[in-house]
Design a protein around this ligand. Sequence first.
Ligand SMILES: O=C(O)CCC(=O)C(=O)O
Length: 258
Amino acid sequence: MGSLADNLSESAWQSYEQNGYLKLGKLLSAEALHALQERINAIMLGTAEIDYPNLLMQLDSTSGKYNDAGVQSLGFKGASLNYRKIQNLEIDPLFEDYIKLPIFKELSRRVYGDGTPIACFRAMFMNKPSYQGTLLPWHQDAWTHLDRQPLITLWTALDPATIENGCVEVLPGSHKFGRINPDDPSGFLTPAQMAQYCPDNSGTFLELEPGEVVLLHNWLLHRSDVNRTPISRRAFSVCYMDGRTRASNGAVYTPLFN
Ligand SMILES: O=C(O)CCC(=O)C(=O)O
């Protein structure tokens, strides 16, 4: 399993700063991984004891097209393993415990500075169900309604993430371009921007084993394809922010580490 010292070493950080991502290895025991896998399936199937009205839930598309995915809104959408996204998982005790692992605190402090309060901007399940999945085009993760940008995401594979089942593909170093579409909440690149920033239209596939974690800079260009296999591609993606961030819509964020 990845150790705190290894992941915070100078060479690891140089690699992160250069490439905009860093593979952290497996941070979960087999039992802890299994518990998260079972928990998310129970949430999808409607059998979990959780405050469903406060979960943002979206069913996956059956066409693979982003615009055909279900509505993203609060509340349960029926018993199905074909959810694409389930957000606000910090309200679940098991996922909350995982979000609060000391290594995530240390990584956040490294990015935002010692002593900075850290909050969770979003904690979400991202799924490419068996033979489904929705194509996500090249984009950055950035937001137009915040007074400062959340800079990091910790993405944990809950299944094997492979090229065939729609693992995340990144363009190494592209976080250094800065924000490409500062006024567009989707962050999706236009065809002209793709030709400019990603002329080969290919990147590095982040293939991961279940339980492996990758640290991503939010401005790193990334995309992911549909799932061409019977094996689902479940993942848990948590974005950590400076806890002093203010949103123009009055949203409040869960404090994690003071
Ligand atoms: O999990 C994935 O396939 C990528 C998710 C993504 O691009 C995002 O959350 O911005």
